[in-house]
Write a protein that binds this ligand. Sequence first.
Ligand SMILES: C[S@@+](CC[C@H](N)C(=O)[O-])C[C@H]1O[C@@H](n2cnc3c(N)ncnc32)[C@H](O)[C@@H]1O
Length: 259
Amino acid sequence: MFSFLKKKKNVPQEEQKSVQHVDYEDVTDLANYFQKETGVTFEKQKSILKNKLMTFCKQRELASFGELLKRVDSDEHLKQELIDYLTTNETFFYRELKQIHELVILVQKSLQNVDILCAPSATGEEPYSIAIALLEAGVSSTKFSIVGIDINSDAIKKAQAAVYRQRNVRNLSDEVIAKYFHENNGSYSLKSSIKSLVTFRVENLFDASFKHIGKFDFIFSRNMLIYFDKETKIKAKEILESLRKEDKHPVFFGHADLF
Ligand SMILES: C[S@@+](CC[C@H](N)C(=O)[O-])C[C@H]1O[C@@H](n2cnc3c(N)ncnc32)[C@H](O)[C@@H]1O
């Protein structure tokens, strides 16, 4: 028995009838709901999902997956908590650097200022890496603007704070770290001159409103499609491609985001 159910031990019989039975068995409906809302599938990780959801429910005194589903469908705050809890935000500076170098060359060649979208940005390392790489290549900060979006609101808060650990900056040289970060006791705070070059927003790629985010010269979408099934990957690709200013520019996907 869980502590929140024990509390009901001495309540009158009438009230006891309303106490729900603990039911943490079938995650199918929640998994389907989560995939419909976010695109993320747990089809091959049902037992991982079940364990995570049990913890999530117990922390909030929800006695069954059915109760969670009912609540989450009508409570935007709880829904966001669930999204923040279940999405994976692993990222680091200068990840798959070759593509960032390709982007730098395209920006250098461009005769106009460029708008860049990072969807998803997770905790910010990727869009900030792009900003640093552009500056390191001698591109003026007035020539580019970068928008980072992610469905995970905790990740976006961390991106805006831009304070990182050694493991996040492990691919950066000492010179780059010294130039762009304040280091203090193993924590690396990005200088405000770099932070100001990226704007972050909490956005779900599949929300109807997302298509109004604007048009971009270059789009990075790396290591998100790996969490989607084939059909959803195709849908995500179409959405991202529709945000390009010019069809000839590719969307940069991650090497694991296979179609
Ligand atoms: C592993 S991170 C990738 C971060 C970065 N692009 C990189 O490659 O290092 C995947 C991110 O996709 C985000 N995500 C998943 N579904 C999303 C959706 N429907 N809309 C926006 N972001 C989503 C997750 O919250 C997570 O932060």
